[in-house]
Design a binder for this molecule. Structure first.
Ligand code: GLC
Length: 968
């Protein structure tokens, strides 16, 4: 059993599984069906092998028994073993001498009780081939000298062989998984007995169960299961889009029903009922695993799907660890995960949405179920992904894409996109647990201004309150709260106050939120009708029943006084909901009321509780300040929470690894519809070394939300704390963010319309190069590529630029994409590249986002193909943009041998920006140009920067249409 040493873990797992099977389902091991004659030898299906094929298994041997067992179980499990492809596989492995190492898999093939061993070893060999594991191949070659030839053959034919052998292997795995599933009490949907055509799809009856497959929107299909035939009320906490089903063609055949909607089709086989989504050419994109139709077990529901080799899985919100979820399993149950680590699961948010991406094409799945759910991407059974929940409906959407960006947009349309945030919220935000008393808050704000480090927001964490009671202010620490907020505003700071969702249980002391909430009967109850009390920051606390509109309205009104005092933003924390007890939340049997007069227990709404809290806050602020864009920050979320709040990744730690982990988490959130997100820069827990904090600020400047935070009792964390050198570097990082605000705001505005996140993985824009990028580098908008330094950078690191040409930001050094570039950025530098063909709008640095920049708009032109840029601007804080008061300008350039021409035009001029002129900075000039023409006239006053290879020229009237020519 030599090669087993390559993966003892897997084989041990398999053995354990087999033993469980033996115990739970002894029949399969006892059953000795009558042995049929071995099937006649047939030529290998895949191709001629260089070595001899092994003889067919003689009757009465284990091999024959294996055939028999397959024959026996195939019809029962509803799978086809394809005459048991043992022959092909034997051919494959038989090419090596019988004593050779590989024959052991042959031996295992023939032992029916160890079929899974065989499958795993077989898979393992292939996987190792894929991974080029030297150790494995050295071993093979030692024991099996003629394997070299075989390997060459494998290389040539490997892909086809792999697919075929894998298909065979997976069938076996499915068979066992199905057997195990049924042994554990799962009931699978049976065979279709009736097909009813609906206006938007079909309803299939299968025994007592019914399944509806409907069109929801172009490219979006929906599947619902009612195990006992009665569909529950069609309601969703997440889905924001109205169904608009496009025309659909329905073919009801003998074996299957096929629904075709434009380029997408779905085939439901009738016996048993399995579902397969296919693309325009009929290729399966996402299919139920054979022999594993959707099933239920008590209140639980689950779906199993095949995982094609090489498919990657992204999404599920802020899960830690690699962005590609393949090979791992996750739980979705909003959890206060203080001090989470890479392996911690679940975390704060539940976004039951993922993308499958393979060969540049993608699809999405949204499982619309707010109960505790779980997603398994081949962890339990290689080759099978599954998702399901502890309760609620089996109700999922298939999003056809096939461009990854389309899937992301489809999902954002389905659950709702973020509204345009106030511009100031994209500036630097300074937080800590907690700035107090008042003098300290003022001191921090003043230091930013004195040191000329731009910043826009300062946070008040729970210590500004009286006894940590939400909606109170500590009179001793903040004797002049209103004046402080006003003064901060005058200095360009927005105050953001925390208002956790728990209300202190403080009867009879004049604590208004408790009194008014009690009067309104606003709090979550125990099953016996008493109000549920849990311990959180203020001590005994009660929890608003956020699933009731009247309670959300009441909650929103609690902000009145703070809004009146000028507090600009609000922070809804601890809203998983967190309770300081063993389960970290309220008991599962607490009662939550719904608007229709019914009630559900905590299981049904736990995952949406925080989202409904943020919704109540946002809606309340809209009512209190109808023309001001609210800024709400929430920790917990469900799919669609971006409609009401920005978010962050919770209580991380001050380590290099946490900084590295922040990128895949934020990228995953972006893919999951959540684009306005950040993490605690510097790490919440612990004390970041100076270099780490500097690097983290450099990186954070390219996160959608840029917010420094620190836990109570940790050392100070403001940009200046590590001395003048670090301060200068951090100032520079923050200044760069401010210089890029016009670009950033334009990309955020685009996100609010399309759902395409500002911070995005490279494959979203370059789907064909999906496998070339890890979890470190990302795109910031479509035109900037960021390759942050995650370690202390003692060694140079490779950066692979996306396809096309890329300039080192702010210079004329151009590199071609796809070729690894070795970088070793000094502290204070972050490898940043601009797309050749980008026109990036920038502005002179201001101290806050509302301050009028001192100088014209800047347009940084990096000549290249597809040369374009865009600028969106408005007043930055009201909803006037919805009434047309915004500016949208488009820019383009053309590079030729004799020079570069750049043009601009204002497409929509409903807002008058601070600038009237634009300064062009055009890169890519090795020498000073011969002439520069603005419009028809030769321009004076242009400059050439030899170091940067750039030409600077002012377009005095840039609010109309203009053209500049720079001649070499
Ligand atoms: C939670 C939050 C953290 C906050 C603290 C005190 O731990 O995640 O950001 O500072 O509570 O409110």
């Amino acid at each position: 059993m030599e090669p087993t040493s390559a993966a003892p873990g897997i084989l041990d797992e398999v053995r354990g599984f087999l033993e469980d099977l033996r115990r739970d389902w002894p029949e399969i091991f006892r059953a000795r069906p009558r042995l049929p004659e071995p099937p006649p030898a047939a030529p290998p299906r895949i191709g001629a092998l260089p070595a001899r094929p092994a003889p067919p298994p003689p009757a009465g041997t284990d091999a024959a028994l294996f055939h028999a067992r397959a024959e026996h179980w195939a019809p029962r499990l509803g799978v086809t073993f394809g005459r048991v492809r043992v022959k092909d596989q034997r051919s494959l492995w038989g090419s090596c001498s019988r004593e050779g190492n590989l024959n052991f898999s042959w031996r295992l093939t023939l032992a029916p009780s160890e079929v899974l061993d065989y499958v795993v070893v077989h898979e393992l060999a292939h996987r190792l081939e894929m991974n080029h594991s030297r150790r494995f191949w050295a071993h093979v070659e030692k024991h099996c000298p003629d394997y070299r030839a075989h390997r060459k053959w494998l290389r040539r034919n490997g892909e086809a062989l792999y697919r075929a052998s894998r298909a065979a292997a997976l069938l076996l795995v499915f068979a066992f998984a199905a057997a195990a599933a049924s042994a554990q009490g799962w009931t699978a949907v049976g065979s279709v007995t009736n097909v009813e055509t609906l206006s938007d799809g079909v309803e299939l009856t299968a025994g007592a169960a019914r399944v509806r497959i409907t069109a929801f929107a172009p490219g979006v299909m929906r599947v619902r299961l009612a195990p006992n035939g009665g569909f529950s009320k069609d309601a969703s906490w997440a889905v924001a889009e109205e169904a608009a089903p496009p025309a659909m063609k329905i073919d009801d055949g003998v074996d299957a029903v096929k629904l075709t909607m434009g380029e997408v089709s779905v085939v439901a086989t009738k016996s048993p009922l399995t579902i397969r989504f296919a693309d325009a050419s009929g290729n399966a994109v996402l299919a139920d695993a054979p022999a594993l139709p959707m099933a239920w077990n008590g209140a639980s529901v689950r779906v199993w799907k095949s995982m094609p080799p090489g498919e990657r899985y992204y999404g599920l919100g802020d899960k830690a660890g690699p962005m590609d979820r393949r090979g791992r399993a996750f739980s979705l149950w909003n959890t206060d995960a203080y001090g989470w680590q890479e392996s911690t699961d679940p975390l704060y948010k539940s976004i039951p949405f993922f993308l499958g991406v393979r060969g540049g094409k993608a699809y999405g799945v949204f499982f619309d179920n707010a109960y505790r759910s779980s997603f398994d991407f081949g962890k339990e059974t290689d080759g099978i992904l599954s998702f399901g929940a502890d309760g609620g409906d089996l109700d999922y959407y298939f999003l056809a894409g096939p461009a990854p960006k389309t899937v992301v947009s489809e999902f954002a349309a389905l659950v709702g996109r973020a509204p345009l945030p106030p511009l100031w919220s994209l500036g630097y935000q300074q937080c800590r647990y907690s700035y107090y008393p008042e003098a300290r808050v003022r001191e921090v704000a003043k230091t930013f201004r004195d040191k000329k480090i731009p910043a826009d927001a300062i946070y008040l964490d729970i210590d500004y309150q009286e006894g940590n009671r939400p909606f109170t202010v500590s009179a001793s620490s903040f004797p002049a709260f209103g004046a402080m907020v006003r003064d901060l505003r005058a200095e360009g700071f927005h105050t953001i106050a925390i208002t956790d969702l728990h209300i202190a249980r403080a009867p009879g002391v004049g604590y208004a939120p408790y009194d008014s909430g009690t009067q309104l009967d606003a709090f979550v109850k125990n099953p016996d009708g008493t109000v549920y009390v849990g311990h959180v920051w203020p001590g005994d606390s009660v929890f608003p029943d956020f699933t009731l509109t009247r309670v959300r309205d009441w909650w929103g009104g609690l902000y009145k006084e703070f809004v009146g005092l000028g507090v600009a933003g609000f922070w809804n924390d601890m809203n998983e909901p967190a309770v300081f007890n063993e389960t970290k939340t309220m008991p599962l049997d607490t009662v939550h009321r719904l608007d229709d007069g019914s009630a559900v227990d905590h299981r049904a709404v736990h995952n949406v509780f925080g989202m409904e809290n943020a919704r109540a806050t946002y809606d309340g602020l809209r009512r209190l300040r109808p023309d001001e864009r609210p800024f709400v920050l929430t920790r917990a979320a469900f799919a669609g929470a971006q409609r009401w709040a920005a978010s962050w990744t919770g209580d991380n730690s001050a380590t290099w690894n946490h900084m590295a982990m922040s990128t895949p988490m934020l990228l995953s959130l972006g893919l999951s519809g959540y684009g306005l997100v950040g993490d605690d820069i510097g790490g919440f827990i612990g004390a970041p070394p100076a270099d780490l904090l500097t690097r983290w600020m450099e990186l954070g400047a390219f996160n959608p939300i840029f917010r420094g935070h620190a836990a109570k009792g940790t050392p100070d964390r403001e940009p200046w704390v590590d001395g003048p050198e670090h301060e200068a570097l951090r100032r520079r990082a923050i200044e760069r963010r401010y210089a890029l605000l016009p670009y950033l705001y334009t990309a955020v505005e685009e996100m609010t319309r399309t759902g395409v996140p500002l911070m995005r993985p490279v494959f979203l824009d370059y789907p064909d190069s999906e496998d070339s990028y890890g979890d470190r580098d990302f795109l910031f908008g479509g035109d900037l590529f960021v390759a942050p330094a995650f370690s202390e950078m003692r060694e140079a690191e490779d950066v692979r630029l996306p396809p096309g040409g890329w300039y080192e930001y702010g210079t004329s050094n151009r590199h071609e994409g796809g070729v690894p570039l070795s970088v070793r950025p000094a502290l204070g530098e972050i490898p940043l590249f601009a797309r050749a063909g980008a026109i990036i709008p920038q502005q002179p640095v201001a101290q806050d986002a509302d301050e009028t920049p001192n100088g014209p708009l800047e347009l940084h032109v990096y000549p290249g193909p597809d040369c374009r840029g865009e600028l969106y601007q408005d007043d930055g804080h009201t909803f006037a943009y919805r009434r047309g008061k915004f500016l949208r300008a488009r820019y383009s350039c053309e590079a030729a041998a004799d020079g570069v021409s750049v043009s601009g035009a204002v497409e929509h001029g409903g807002y008058r920006p601070w600038w009237s002129g634009a300064e062009l900075v055009v890169y890519g000039f090795a020498a000073a140009p011969r002439e520069v023409r603005v419009g028809g006239t030769a321009a004076a006053g242009w400059t050439f920067d030899a170091d940067r290879g750039s030409v600077r020229v002012l377009v005095p009237r840039a609010r109309g249409a203009w053209r500049v020519r720079i001649l070499r």
